[in-house]
Design a protein around this ligand. Sequence first.
Ligand code: AMP
Ligand code: MN
Ligand code: MN
Ligand code: MN
Length: 283
Amino acid sequence: MDKAEILDLHMHSRASDGVFNPKELMQFVIQKQGVRVVALTDHDTVAGVAQARAEAELLGAHFVSGIEVSCTWGRYTIHIVGLGVDETNTGLVQKTLETCNKRDTRAQLIAQRFEQLGIGGMWQAALDESGTERNISRVHFGRALLKRGVVKNLQEAFDRYLGDGQCCFVPTPWRTIDQGIQLIQEAGGVAVLAHPGRYRMDADWQIDALVEHFASCGGQGIEVVSGSQGASWIPRCMIWAKQYGLLGSTGSDFHSPTGNRPLPGEQGQLPEGIESIMKIVRI
Ligand code: AMP
Ligand code: MN
Ligand code: MN
Ligand code: MN
């Protein structure tokens, strides 16, 4: 692989909470954005991977099949990106289907919360936003609220209703970090701690403890560069990588062309002084 090639190892399609279907996403990312190494990493599903792979290969890019696994650590939801997973692995397919069912059950409870607030019909509205793939996310509720004019932007939807601890937040126990890593590795993938700068922990030492725990469970990489964390996190991630022997990853965490997140490939590439996770990813 050419060192100068642009990588983006974290992106979402309509198979979870992105706005493009997998084929459109690949066209946008490869043709418009010029990304050469692309991963599709939808929340808790590999349903979009086959379509994305076919299109990416047609367009001559290196494709990495991926997933972003929801995990629970104490009161925090932690995301682990799996890269190079075999999307036909029966354990992975079966277990992620179960998680998606759990997401649907949670979505019904979220809709009930809205109902109690006098905001009715949110189950159907979220379902409509999610399209045929279902796999309902809080983002689908947020987009529905935006369409109805209840909020002015997605951030307000999370701040007022959907964010952790807000009135329509339904805490859900996802996998443990150990189980998340195992799910990825049993499907042939490598486990990368997603956007450590996003978790907003009560105390600063907790994030150190999280990275240590992730590494002790066999996690292999860390997102040093992410569209959903500021560049000020890069040095800290580099130190963790060195301390725990983690490889580096970079991804935009792209969901939609609107909003203030970087577009695919524009999140920045890995700095000098860290080895790329692509060293050990099967493509
Ligand atoms: P879920 O997996 O359904 O709990 O939803 C989590 C997703 O919500 C994340 O992957 C983000 O895409 C999105 N999200 C979380 N916080 C915000 C926010 N403040 N503004 C916009 N999207 C957010
Ligand atoms: Mn998301
Ligand atoms: Mn995430
Ligand atoms: Mn993501």
